[in-house]
Design a protein around this ligand. Structure first.
Ligand code: RNT
Ligand code: ZN
Length: 411
């Protein structure tokens, strides 16, 4: 009997069907962020990274052209299982002639990305870029008191909806457009209300344009603080949740965007009760929103459990969002996204119904014992089987080192 067959029997003993788990996971789409490949630099501006986010490290071989980034994405995606979507930021526009301002970007500036995605039968998700740009004034964009600044970013937000529609029409997959603004203050503000009111009004203007809601899903991402913006964040959790609920758009939670003892896993069921869809940025904060590469840690597993055991795989837009410049960037991509899949598989292999029953019958003794017992079931054998069926293996580092030697080190 193969290791998989033995493991399958062991799981069956717990009432868990490993075939079903593998089948379900095969069809889960993870939207993979393009910005791990070049440390959130993009192609449209010479400005340094701003907005209170930071990449640290200077591992050699970073992509600096669209062709390089596409080649690196191909390499990374070839080592990642499951269905993939490409998650782009507006700053990754590719200008062939005259560059356009962010308030004037058009579908044609993303034609190359569409060709890239179509050739790989992938959808594209999108993010307006409200940072690393001279029109960010005093760390403010959509909430700026300056009309010119605010209107510039409103036009950017609207331009991105048109581009998102274009992605959906061309690829045949709906496009998730995520709005996140870095706006905030380093020190204690005198007025916390007005910036939020302006943000609200700006978002209203962006969303006032017509768009096809079956093709474009708008999400709004909240945050607690950024570097240099420690005291006040305009797009706080309460603001974004309330706004999303009121406007019927989708809330997005990034698990780096809460106080360290707050857990996104615990927030998921509440949001599922009040929203048709919810969206996630899966990341790993170490002591703060550091955007370390996702690994198979407890919170990633717990997030996956909340999605799986609440039957919400088709209601949660799962995306990754991290950026590590201190290690091989291809490996960062592959390790992080593989760990999202691992966490989902782990969740799919829990005796979830049995555990709920134990909770409802108040047998918390058995619940704890079973939860711990199942942790040492042969998960690795199921994971290997899942990979094998997709033509992959558990070990990928040699492949990446070879790419580093033959491609990255020559840049
Ligand atoms: C920043 C947010 C945001 C960005 C990307 C690049 O804290 O998490 O999602 O990471 O848009
Ligand atoms: Zn994020």
């Amino acid at each position: 009997m193969s290791r998989y067959e033995t493991a399958k029997d062991i799981y069956a003993g717990y009432g868990v069907d490993t075939e079903k788990a593998i089948e379900i996971l095969k069809n889960v789409t993870v939207s993979i962020h393009c910005w791990q490949g070049d440390d959130v630099t993009g192609f449209d501006s010479k400005e340094a990274l701003s907005g209170g986010i930071q990449t640290t490290g200077n591992y050699p071989g970073k992509a600096t052209t669209p062709a390089q980034l596409m080649a690196d994405i191909d390499k990374a995606f070839s080592l990642i299982p499951g269905k993939k979507k490409l998650n782009l930021h507006a700053c990754y526009a590719i200008f062939e002639g005259e560059p356009a301002g962010r308030d004037e970007i058009k579908p044609e500036h993303f034609k190359k990305w569409v060709e890239f995605a179509k050739a790989r039968d992938m959808g594209i998700d999108f993010n307006p870029t409200f940072f690393s740009h001279p029109m960010v004034k005093d760390n403010l964009t959509l909430s700026s008191p300056d009309d010119e600044v605010r209107n510039y970013w409103i036009r950017h937000g609207q331009a991105c909806i048109r581009i998102g529609e274009y992605f959906a029409e061309e690829t045949g997959y709906p496009c998730v457009i995520n709005y996140w603004i870095p706006d905030g203050y380093k020190d204690i503000p005198a007025d916390r209300l007005s910036p939020r009111r302006r943000f609200k009004e700006s978002m209203d203007k962006i969303l006032s344009i017509d768009y096809d809601k079956s093709k474009v899903y708008i999400t709004l991402e909240s945050k607690v603080f950024g570097i240099g913006l420690e005291s006040y964040t305009v797009g706080s959790s309460e603001f974004c949740l309330s706004y999303a609920t009121k406007k019927g758009i989708t809330p997005l939670m990034d698990n780096g965007h809460y106080h360290p003892t707050e857990l996104v896993s615990d927030k998921i069921p509440s949001l599922l009760l009040f929203n048709e869809k919810i969206a996630l940025h899966i990341t790993r904060g170490v002591r703060w929103d550091s955007d370390h590469v996702v690994i198979l840690d407890d919170e990633t597993k717990e997030i996956a459990k909340e999605i799986v055991r609440n039957d919400a795989l088709d209601r949660v837009f799962i995306a990754t969002d991290y950026f590590d410049a201190s290690i091989n960037r291809i490996s960062a991509w592959v390790t992080g996204v593989r760990c999202v899949h691992k966490a989902l598989l782990f969740a799919l292999l829990q005796p979830n119904d049995k555990m709920k029953e134990l909770q409802d019958s108040a047998d918390t003794t058995s619940l704890m014992a079973l939860s711990e017992e199942i942790k040492t079931a042969p998960f690795g054998d199921i994971w290997n089987e899942y990979l094998t069926r997709q033509g992959l293996s558990n070990s990928y580092i040699d492949d990446i080192k070879e790419y580093e030697k033959t491609v990255l080190s020559l840049r």
